[in-house]
Ligand binder design. Structure first.
Ligand code: ATP
Ligand code: MG
Length: 322
């Protein structure tokens, strides 16, 4: 739905219902909105764990706990860095080589700073001028991850602690993370971590965890294998996803392929209205209804329903209390 029509509010109500049913929830909160909303809905504070830029979840992108091979691990890391730092092919090549070497020698305990110094020291007699250029360009892209806020977010070098997601609801607040690249890279490493954690726990027909990805259009602004695999594979392991986006037209195809239930708040742009044809059966028939939905109203469609239905999302308290 377009901005301000109630997506985050609807999502926080779904989250509170999931929590009541004993399903764990992890929220990627792009604008630090959920704690306040959930408290207003009446979720007790002790049910919620909040991580943010000042007190980040101890995430180590290079940790080696989940039984993946070095190759898998390296390709995950390279994929995330390619997608967020827009690496060229030669830059990816250097990253790949250094990671292979480092992860083979030190199963864990490396960091972006180690990576940087290894790149600096890298010596290969066959390296020509353009190779050297690529290596230095890669170093310039990695350096921001070793200073300031990024340093704080990635300072943890130990193994990920099991207490993560012990509380019914975990919120990762990204509102105070200063730039979008850092928000994306941090979130993707976190999702990769959860992907590994849950695929290793084994198949599950029971829903164990739901991940809320608010402002998904920001997260998926460039293609990323980690996101794609999350969408196509994680459901089998008992993990559900709630994806929230302002636009319909630029949602990646792996999202549309894998989404069972659609909750459409009003859309206003021509491109989104045109996209309804791919989102709903007989989409264009619902065009007028969808354009005219009020705040807090939505059209809902689930794959096994005969036709979409219009709903009003009742807030469990008066909105003026907010
Ligand atoms: N179900 C509802 N009933 C009544 N008012 C609502 C409802 N949902 C949202 N609102 C009102 O609309 C405002 C915007 O809601 P919300 O932040 O959930 O929108 P959004 O779609 O997430 O916006 P954005 O795209 O900017 O993130 C809220 O502050 C609230 O006042
Ligand atoms: Mg929102």
């Amino acid at each position: 739905g377009s901005t301000g029509l109630g997506k985050t509010t609807t999502s926080s109500i779904i989250v509170s219902e999931l929590a009541k049913h004993g399903i764990r929830v992890l929220i990627i909160d792009w604008h630090d909105e959920y704690l306040r909303l959930l408290r207003k809905i009446g979720i007790p504070r002790e049910m919620i764990k909040v991580y943010n830029a000042r007190k980040p979840y101890p995430l180590n992108p290079f940790d080696f706990k989940h039984g993946e091979s070095i190759d898998e691990k390296v390709s995950f890391i390279v994929d995330i860095m390619e997608s967020t730092l827009s690496l060229s092919a030669p830059q990816s090549y250097y990253l790949y080589e250094i990671l292979q070497e480092e992860l083979r020698d030190h199963a864990s305990g490396i960091s972006f700073s180690t990576l940087l110094s290894k790149l600096k020291e890298y010596s290969d007699i066959t390296e020509g001028y353009s190779g050297r250029e690529a290596r230095y360009a890669l170093m310039r892209k990695i350096r921001p991850l070793t200073i300031g806020q990024a340093k704080k977010l990635f300072e943890y070098t130990g193994s990920v602690k099991e207490e993560f997601m012990k509380k019914p609801i975990t919120i990762i607040e990204l509102g105070r993370v200063r730039n979008n690249t850092l928000r994306r890279i941090y979130t993707l490493f976190l999702l990769k971590e959860i992907f590994s954690m849950y695929t290793q726990k084994g198949l599950s027909s029971k829903l164990k965890l739901v991940i809320v990805l608010d402002e998904f259009h920001n997260l998926a602004s460039t293609s990323c294998e980690v996101l794609e695999r999350l969408f196509s594979e994680i459901r089998k392991f008992g993990v559900g996803l709630i994806v929230i986006s302002q636009t319909l037209f630029d949602l990646p195809s792996y999202v549309l392929r894998n989404v069972n239930t659609k909750i459409i708040h009003s859309v206003k742009t021509y491109r989104d209205i045109k996209e309804l044809v791919n989102i709903l059966p007989y989409g264009p028939r619902y065009q007028d209804v969808i354009i005219n939905l009020a705040v807090g109203e939505a059209v809902v469609y689930k794959v096994d329903m005969q036709h979409p239905v219009k709903v009003r999302i009742e807030f469990p308290f008066k909105m003026q209390d907010l």
